[in-house]
Design a protein around this ligand. Sequence first.
Ligand code: AMP
Ligand code: MG
Length: 410
Amino acid sequence: MLSVNEAENIIFNLVKPLNNQTDIETVNLLTATGRVLASPVTSQIDFPHWDNSAMDGYAVVYQDVREANEEKPAVLKLVEDIPAGYQPQSNIQSGQAARIFTGAVMPKGADTVVMQENTRREDDKVFILKAPESQEFVRHRAAYYQAGTELLSAGIQLNAPEIAVLAAAQCTKLNVFRRPSVAILSTGDELITPEQTLQPGQIVDSNQYALAALVKQCGGEPLILGIIKDDREAIKKAIEEAIAKADIVLSSGGVSVGDYDYVEKILESLGGEIKVRAVAMKPGKPLTVATFNIPNAPIYFGLPGNPVSALVSYWRFVQPVIKKCSSIVEGWQPKFIKAQTRNNLNSNGKRETYIWGKLNLVDGVYQFSAAAGSKSSGNLINLAQTNAFAVLEVGKKSVSTGEEVKVLQV
Ligand code: AMP
Ligand code: MG
């Protein structure tokens, strides 16, 4: 059986990120949140757009004011008022100044702004009471960004800060990667939809819903294939459809060694190469990962049926794969942090153990509280309101309250 790290290495290396020529679409800035840039963005506008004032004050010629002080103020004649949004008309000569406001364009001839707190005004004269630095409080054109150079690089995800930059740079049509398509199917004779009436022995297919939500959350496009009976032909047909349509396939159930667990055999009959059969983790041991020797074939994940196991496997292995597939350059890997546990955590020490719970930041320290109730991988009820898993590595049988523990953030 593979260790979690061995499985991770194998799985993450299978991912072929989307192609920056063929797997792209153009979106409007308003709908671009969360999307990944497929090509670099260049703006035609300098930032700042022009030399402008960083203060309310007076635009002056530095040579006129370099020795000014309270005893010997420089006295300048005001020739113009320049509010923000106006194009100055004057060309400031020695002995002159313009009243200027924050963000307003610097007039020609002036090279420095004196903040109004260091001045005294008398009619059309301004007294400079303190010498500024040369070019003080002038934001120079193109100091932050030069038109025609790369503004944002390909492979970054567009979130609020990037959206703001793109709006300011008037880049409203964006080349982004399409969302990776993720086919989801559930196998099991016992499964019904949430709308159907529960008969003895049946359970609701919650995995389909959970996985669809997770796929959406991380930028994928779920493709719902529904519930498939534990019937070899039916599963084969569904898997064939999934392989033809998706970048990633997620099935749940049917991957342990029960009499009705057909998935692995069907994958092999379809030419699948099984890369992972089981992982030494708890929950989540039965995990099938397969690839196909066909162009553009997806990575296939046969997740365990147990709801908690399915989700742990998803967070540990599938989510990074979807993100890497979406061509995000940075930050697709699982996020681990160190936290202080608020409960005793136990494991049998044989498999890497994932204990679900809640991570809180308390006075600058991450604290992990295990979910109350049964830790059975069949109990998904206490998954609600969790956001992390404490990870006890192989050989580690316990972590006591107050000790540090590795935590996977989800
Ligand atoms: P399996 O991996 O098919 O042996 O299923 C393991 C356990 O998970 C069984 O108790 C199933 O009833 C349950 N299970 C399987 N698929 C789902 C699903 N889609 N939603 C919720 N529970 C499931
Ligand atoms: Mg089953």
